[in-house]
Design a protein around this ligand. Sequence first.
Ligand code: PRX
Length: 633
Amino acid sequence: METTVNNNDTFYYPSKEIVRHANIKNYEELYSQSIADREGFWAAEAKKLDWYKKWDKVVDDSKKPFYKWFTGGKINIIHNAIDRHLKSATRNKLAIIWEGEPGDLRTFSYHVLNREVSKFANILKSMGARKGEVITIYMPQIPELVIAMLACAKMGAIHSVVYGGFSYEALAERIADSQSRILITADGGFRRGKATHLKSIANEAMKRSGTIEVCITVKRTGEDCYMENDRDFWYQDLMNIPLECKDCGTEIMDAEDALFILYTSGTTGKPKGLVHTHGGYAVYTASTFRNVFDIKPEDRWWCAADPGWVTGHSYLVYGPLLNGATIMMYEGAPNHPYPNRWWQMVEKYGINILYTSPTAIRGLMRFGASWAQRHDLRSLRLLGSVGEPINPEAWKWYHEVIGRGKCPIMDTWWQTETGGFMITPLPIMPLKPGSCAKAYFGNEVGIVDDHGNEVKQGEEGNLVIKNPWPGMARTILHDPERYIEKYWEKYSDKGWYLAGDSARIDEDGYYWIIGRIDDVIKVSGYRLGSAEIESALVSHPAVAEAAAVGLPDDLRGNIIHATVILKEGKVANDKLAEELKNHVENEIGPIARPSHVEFTDALPKTRSGKIMRRVIKARALGLDTGDLTSLEE
Ligand code: PRX
């Protein structure tokens, strides 16, 4: 990429080759049109998919903020992600290339993927699964995870994927909240040369939640695990049963029928189950993926996220399959056994587009450029980043070392709630390291103060979206009130969506994300709530009260700092600090493990009793604690 300097910012311009190749060449013009006629834009995007019955209305805003999209339309995302490809040459194309951490390789053409998904959908039905019920999936990164998600969607069930790194407490809570009767899991997976023990965690979770009637376990590691009669079945045994009919009709769904629930952290201790739909979500992920990553039939796409998070749902699974793309999927850690593991796979499989997180980039950068330089990375054309702000040094390293100075980086800003990219570059745009560029089509972004006034250019403000979009989460499962309160109440007079991030806009109209304005902590791009970590801490018998904050960290973006008040008679020491770290890890999962535990006698609180995390954070960083007039203690 050529570079020129503009207003003290270095712009990185795409090469002629990238521009020639791009699906979208005229962003400004198309963007203006999409804003002038939002419904027209989304109707045109929706027409690129196959509908069993066309919609009556593009967007129904009669019950704001509970928008409905493509009402009256009949669709199934699987009909678009698999079935329709079987009628073209895509049938023979690879849908998934999967490599396990030990190096085992499996591939699935669209034809084979359809066979596996159909078989498993039939098995789910024979196990009593019904349209509209929630099925929980708790798996390592193996192809069966994707097959299970697709099979649920095909037969009309709603999948709820719980990240395989979560503990039994976290899993049990999510199973109980969604009242799942069916759990799909695995004996374990491989991570850094070791086998994980997912089935034993699942067994514990099933004991606690008490709702699971059927548990299907994929054999991956071959580890011994407890299987209960009449409840537990091996996936492979079921798949070997010669079903009378291996074909399975794809269920015809209303556009607004739920496709999945995904739990995410918020400001209270209880994770929120965000609900996404078949119609709008399919239109949104198909459109954003096609335009932002410029996908072409010959491309090999690698999204290195775990399907347990929204990035995996939208851009490992649905967006690419809707576009008939070839997906690369890898089970293990990026630096196992050596820090060249990813680069080896880019070379071996000829990956064209790589999408990952700033944390992963910083982690690999630590080992130096030589690990990447020993591989032929010339197949790479585009790169992507997601999950947290990417610092310019990491951006430049990614661009220079991995992208050989030639691959534009799509720094995509979005959330579990948004379903897909909201602010993002397109390949034709000049880029600025650390900025996620401009709004995606149809979206109007505002950076505003607490009263809803636009802040001045360059100033920090609350990021809002001023319009509905098809990929938006429709509600929080069982808690529509919380959906309103969290996202729509603050600017209810204007009807804007509050994202929970602060940001600024520069003189070129480029957006820069600063970070969360609420008590959400991003550790290695994973989203955790202060309150979740605090409830885990106070569930320990020695703890009376606790506060958790995120402190900046060069590698992980943030690390967790916990401040703890012990119960009478308990003694603060290093051993107990270690025990508390382990306790949080057991309660939530390794990603939530605090890096520091500090003991104290009092927490800074407002007169109304709210913990002032801002003060704790400033003190931990040795900074000025700011205005303390509202402090009680
Ligand atoms: O703070 C923003 C950050 O991740 C949050 C959403 O987290 P989650 O729902 O887990 O989804 C992550 C993957 C989409 C946002 O509120 N975030 C996400 N992408 C970016 C980002 N921050 C800066 N730049 C990004 N590209």
